[in-house]
Design a protein around this ligand. Structure first.
Ligand code: SF4
Length: 397
């Protein structure tokens, strides 16, 4: 039986390849983004504050000292800072500010009764062990009004829109887990603490929404378990991915980043791609030039009444053909044409609106005369001139 968590599901949605590396191949990476590192330290501080609460209320200074101690104890040389002009100290101070703001906002922390901290939640979606989701809730509170609040701390620097909170999967899942733990609970509230803004965002879920969520998760798990390819998906989130060395989309970039500047341009892949692009550009230029020459030859042949024009060794013959011009997708005539074909029961036959199939049908007059007349109103004709080259055969050529 496979266990899932919200972050495991999200990883698959973000990038199936990353999911495979992390959860199937179980690759361990030591790199950790500074944002995630700061988030963990903030969570530890909050856990400490609320664990101490039944016995005493920690002072702000004590809490900050605890945060500092944890920061020092856990910091390692694989903590990655992406922002070029930021230091670890900047992030450390940012965390201190989050703690100060939170402390001042909620002191003396007696708004609710705390029912659980870092509570493990297990959700058996169908009750038969087929779909099991695990999670840890930052904090579960009981309000004086008898509402169970599911709290989550967020240290991210962007504040989500209310609609995003209303569609959030993680806390809704935790609600399902808490309900399973304590079936007598009637009222729930989902609470996110966006500590960078000293703001709470809240949301609730109806039983119908929770049912729908269960269905979506079942579908997603089925999709994951049926996946045989786990294709990498490049996105903005790659910046924070620690698997570049194992990713077919990012491995080369990771290799190049490690090369000294003077070796970079000599690297085999760089040389090949640069050459390829160079030839592609030359091909484009040559194609533009060819097109100009083609038009000039057509014009020359027209002026002189020729269908064969000689060069010194090769010649060009011109053949003229009338082609149908089918209105492009999105044009009004295109919609009318498709409707007509469908009504005539020919959609299957001409469904791709393949110019050649339609042209053949019109040219060989396989269609009803009435339909033929209507179709002819919708498609126009254009003359297509093709140039064929050949080697000259003799002086008279
Ligand atoms: S770097 Fe991007 S594409 Fe590659 S595994 Fe990570 S998230 Fe996926």
């Amino acid at each position: 039986m496979a266990y899932y968590s919200n972050s495991k599901l999200s990883t698959y949605e973000t990038c199936p390849w990353k999911f495979k590396l992390a959860y199937i191949d179980r690759l361990e990476v030591e790199e950790e983004g500074i944002e995630a590192f700061l988030g963990s330290r903030f969570h530890e501080a909050m856990e400490k504050l609320y664990r101490e609460l039944p016995f005493r209320t920690m002072s702000l200074e004590e809490l900050k000292a605890y945060y500092q101690e944890q920061w020092k104890k856990n910091f390692h040389d694989q903590v990655v800072i992406l922002a070029p002009d930021r230091t670890a100290d900047d992030y450390f101070r940012l965390g201190l500010k989050f703690i100060e703001d939170y402390y001042r906002h909620y002191y003396p922390f007696n708004q609710n009764r705390v029912l659980g901290l870092e509570q493990k939640i297990e959700i058996d979606l169908d009750g038969d062990g087929r779909y099991i989701i695990l999670g840890y809730v930052d904090r579960i509170d009981l309000t004086p009004e008898g509402v169970i609040e599911i709290h989550d701390y967020k240290t991210s620097s962007s504040l989500p829109e209310q609609a995003q909170a209303d569609a959030d999967r993680q806390l809704a899942l935790y609600q399902l887990g808490v309900k399973r733990k304590w079936p007598w609970v009637e009222k729930f509230k989902l609470v996110w603490h966006y500590v960078a803004f000293d703001l709470e965002i809240t949301s609730t879920r109806t039983p119908e929404q929770l049912e729908q969520l269960k269905q979506e998760i079942r579908r997603l798990i089925n999709q994951i378990e049926a996946d045989r390819e786990f294709l990498p998906r490049e996105s903005i989130l790659c910046q924070w991915c620690a698997f570049w060395d194992y990713c077919p989309l990012k491995k080369h970039e990771a290799t190049l980043e490690k090369l000294p500047a003077n070796e970079y341009l000599n690297e085999e892949g760089v040389v090949l791609v640069n050459k390829y692009i160079d030839y592609l550009n030359r091909k484009k230029e040559a194609e533009a030039e060819l097109e100009k020459l083609r038009e000039a030859i057509i014009e020359y042949a027209r002026k002189n009444g020729l269908t064969k024009v000689l060069g010194s060794e090769f010649h060009v013959t011109l053949s003229r053909q009338e082609k149908l011009k089918i209105p492009a997708a999105g044009e009004e005539k295109r919609a009318l044409l498709e409707e007509l074909i469908k009504k005539a029961g020919l959609w299957e036959k001409l469904s791709t609106l393949d110019r050649f199939a339609l042209e053949r049908a019109i040219r060989t007059r396989q269609l009803e005369p009435q339909l033929l007349a209507k179709l002819s109103e919708l498609v126009s004709k254009e003359e297509q001139i093709t140039l064929h080259t050949g080697k000259n055969e003799g002086p008279s050529d």
